[in-house]
Design a protein around this ligand. Sequence first.
Ligand SMILES: [Zn+2]
Length: 567
Amino acid sequence: MRWIALAAVLVGVALADEGRAVWVQPCDISSPDAIDLLIRNLKRANIKLIFVCVKDIRGRIIWHSERFSDAVHPDFRHFDGLNLLLQRAHKANIRVHAWFCCLTESPESPVVKKHPEWQQKNPNNQPTTSEIIQNNRKYNIVWMCPARRPGYVDRYLIPMMVELLKKYPVDGIHYDYLRYPGDVAPDRYCFCDWCSQHIFRHAHMFYENFPDKEFAPQKPLLPRAAANWLKDYTIRPPRKTWKNAPSTVKAEFLLRGSTLWRKIPLHRTPNPCDMDFFFYTYRCDAIKRSLEEAHKAAIKVRPDIVFSATVFKNPVLAARFCGQKWTDFLHLLDVVAPMLYRSYFPDSSFSEYLTMLSEYVRMENYWVGGNCHTYCAISVKDLYKEERREVERLAALLCLTGDRARQEKALDSLALLSGEALSSFLGKMRKTFSAFSERLKRCSVQLFNDFEKCFATLQKAAKEGGETKAIFRKLRHLTALLLNDPPPNFYPPKKLTAAINALRKARTEGIALFCASSITRFKLWDALAKSFKQPSELPHLAKPVSVPSTQVLRLLHLCRSELKQSR
Ligand SMILES: [Zn+2]
């Protein structure tokens, strides 16, 4: 009995320490009613930490800013949602971290228009909006240079954080998009005028006191040419040549050049192309430095502030592709939330994803090494890839994508179908519908019957003729309902439960869910309340990190000795 009691206590302690967090988007707090509903749901699900988007990916902020009033989101100009949310959340014992999409803006952002020189630039001196993404679409996010000083980080982003901290009693700062756009163009940013100069200074590749002198070993001291790096010869190309070189030539050198370029012609040396190492290191250091500066400024205003960050799941790969070597800055964070989103794993079945998810939780624990609290993050929407795809196929048949005018035009074309053509199109729709019809019938007989009625009417029209536009419109409405306001259980809650269980089994310390609006949309608050039935304290507040810094340990030691002496 004693063993059982002990085990229960241990399990209780373990569960009580589980961190739980949810991302909250501006649309979730756009009215007092929306805020009340959110708080009710969070309380029901025993979630005590939210990351609330205060600066979105397009650079729009939601607080009532004096200094950055032109960046305030139109929905929040007359409604201080953050203020009300903080009141309600704190009353419910829920902590609020201000979530910043740190380095992104929209091309229309006032700051981009005022300071175009703060944008990241590619080798052709173009900003990120010159990139083309899937389906030949233009990429419409502007990434700002994290390295330039004075620049976006020290003149805009950090002053924003400071203003927010002074005006609103948020409990933490949550960094997101603190990286380079490696998911769009890994090797093309940033080659702005500042970066292509400063990279040499950052790695001290020439002596500032001898700006035009080129130190180079006359003859190699060691047989392996690269081993002579210790002699600190000049790596930066001659100042004037570099200054006048086109940005494409500079980029070519930084990505494919060699630090040995003065000694050995490229084709003769077996290991020449090492300049890219310094390019990627420069980017990682620029990100880390931005975080350090933000950290210092925030602590000055609010010493009690907590820091959390969303990061890509693999810090080694993220260092190479996004400049986000987050293992370098764990000491500046209280909570790190690696994104173990299904869309960031290879295409696979749901059960394979769960296996890969577990493997990654173990890797996160290995990388973090106890230096920070880890809340492994999953995207709720991504869990339902199969179910969404089934409905999206029907939506595509009904031309439910694109703008309103295009949709109306497509509807007119559908309404022109008759006879054989209509019958064959109906066959396609029925086949697509059959992929989820049984599940729908179990969740809502009414909706199932509505679909069937529409199909029957179209069948009749194919045989006997008649008006079909209203029926197609109705089918579109029903399909949109399945995507945006489905009946409960249509998106099986057991998938969310299985993902949470997989995270727990692999020993995650905390679970972060992206995002509140997905949980609402897929009707999953009940399932979450069941999974999180056991109340829990936030581990980053309840217990210290297992490996605090030497300085913190020393400080604690000094405090303790002083206390002893004062007794
Ligand atoms: Zn730059």
